[in-house]
Design a protein around this ligand. Structure first.
Ligand SMILES: Nc1nc2c(ncn2[C@@H]2O[C@H](COP(=O)(O)OP(=O)(O)OP(=O)(O)O)[C@@H](O)[C@H]2O)c(=O)[nH]1
Ligand SMILES: [Mg+2]
Length: 331
């Protein structure tokens, strides 16, 4: 495949140069902001570096049969793809988003039109409207924010509906871990149970009359005692498991975390520490690939303020690291 880079002050100009050099079949692999050459760069000026490839390369593999080829994106669409790639999205996801915009509307598409297309693309990845299951279980690596998220959810429910959700600390391994949750339970008025073994967890779940939030240790399900806990949970109906992942996790670590915790069969993802990350764009393709809807996004250490249900608009804003008004986008 023939790759070439182009540097211009805007994406549009870089794209025009790429088309002039490589022809109309060139497609954009990535765009990035790089320091301008010479003194201007030293003084902080930046320009767009666009990497394009020639689709019709003789060394390229044979083209897919017509029916398996994704629909070609027109020139206007390519410019929009480049804009999304410049925001950190990968090319396939950016192309899918642009395909969601009718061709006739791509020319001169506003940022808000592009944003709406992103909202549509990520809608299947959000689970904002969930009712509580009987047990909501939170699993994930150490220190990602499982216990804090549980405290936020319980405190919010208490404030909004006067209902104190129960809490179970299946996290019996580390001194301090149980006390952290117990303190929150005391403040919120939640029933609190410590389940140190899978039998105790079984009993606590059977005895719970209302929704319980289950905190776990930041350990892999491959650990024997964690595996027993998960088996105990699997024996109960209406258990929903959330995999908690920090927003600034690298894509390779996140992939490993998804694989490590796959045995626990999470059906939701919680994204924490959005405030510590520039954007969710790097993780967005992996989230899309895994297809597990996001239930909550957390944005800071404050309990209960820094917790949001994951709506499509919020997720799209986190990906583009811009804030948008839900109502304005929908109108
Ligand atoms: N900045 C930021 N910090 C957070 C967020 N959520 C949690 N934290 C902080 O992250 C640290 C770890 O949070 P915990 O809730 O104890 O994490 P955990 O997953 O329960 O940790 P283990 O029980 O040790 O596995 C604490 O200092 C929290 O205040 C968030 O959304 N943003
Ligand atoms: Mg914890």
């Amino acid at each position: 495949m023939q790759l070439k880079t182009f540097r211009q002050s805007t994406v549009r100009e870089a794209l025009r140069e790429a088309r002039e050099t490589l022809g109309p079949d060139a497609f954009v692999l990535k765009t990035e902001m790089v320091p301008a050459p010479g003194l201007r760069g030293l003084l902080g000026a930046r320009e767009v570096q666009l990497t394009a490839a020639l689709a019709q390369d003789v060394s390229a593999p044979r083209p897919l049969p017509e029916e398996r080829r994704p629909p070609v994106i027109d020139r206007e669409g390519e410019a929009l793809v480049a804009r999304l790639v410049a925001s950190g999205l990968d090319q396939p996801m950016a192309a899918d988003i642009v395909r969601g915009i009718p061709e006739s509307m791509r020319r001169g598409a506003t940022a808000s039109r592009l944003f709406r297309a992103l909202v549509d693309e990520v809608t299947p990845l959000t689970a904002a409207a969930d009712q509580f299951a009987r047990a909501e279980v939170f699993i994930g690596p150490p220190g990602v924010g499982k216990t804090t998220t549980i405290a936020k959810i319980a405190a919010r429910e208490r404030a909004a509906h006067g209902r104190a959700l129960g809490m179970i600390a299946a996290d019996g391994f580390r001194a301090g871990a149980v006390e952290q949750l117990r303190t929150y339970a005391d403040i919120i008025g939640s029933t609190f149970t410590v389940a140190r073994t899978s039998e105790e967890l079984d009993r606590a779940l059977s005895g719970a009359r209302h929704t319980v939030l289950v905190d776990t240790a930041g350990r892999s399900p491959k650990d024997g005692s964690v595996a027993e806990q998960l088996n105990a949970l699997a024996r109960h109906r209406s258990v929903r498991t959330h995999l908690v992942l920090a927003a600034d996790t690298s894509v390779s670590s996140a992939r490993r975390i998804f694989d490590t915790y796959a045995e626990a069969r999470p059906t939701r993802v919680v994204i924490t520490k959005l405030d510590e990350s520039d954007s969710l764009a790097p993780l967005s393709s992996l989230l899309r690939e895994r297809g597990i809807p996001i239930s909550y996004i957390t944005t800071g250490q404050c309990v209960p303020e820094d917790l949001e249900r994951a709506t499509p608009v919020l997720l799209a804003s986190a990906i583009l690291s811009e804030s948008y008004d839900e109502t304005a986008v929908r109108s």
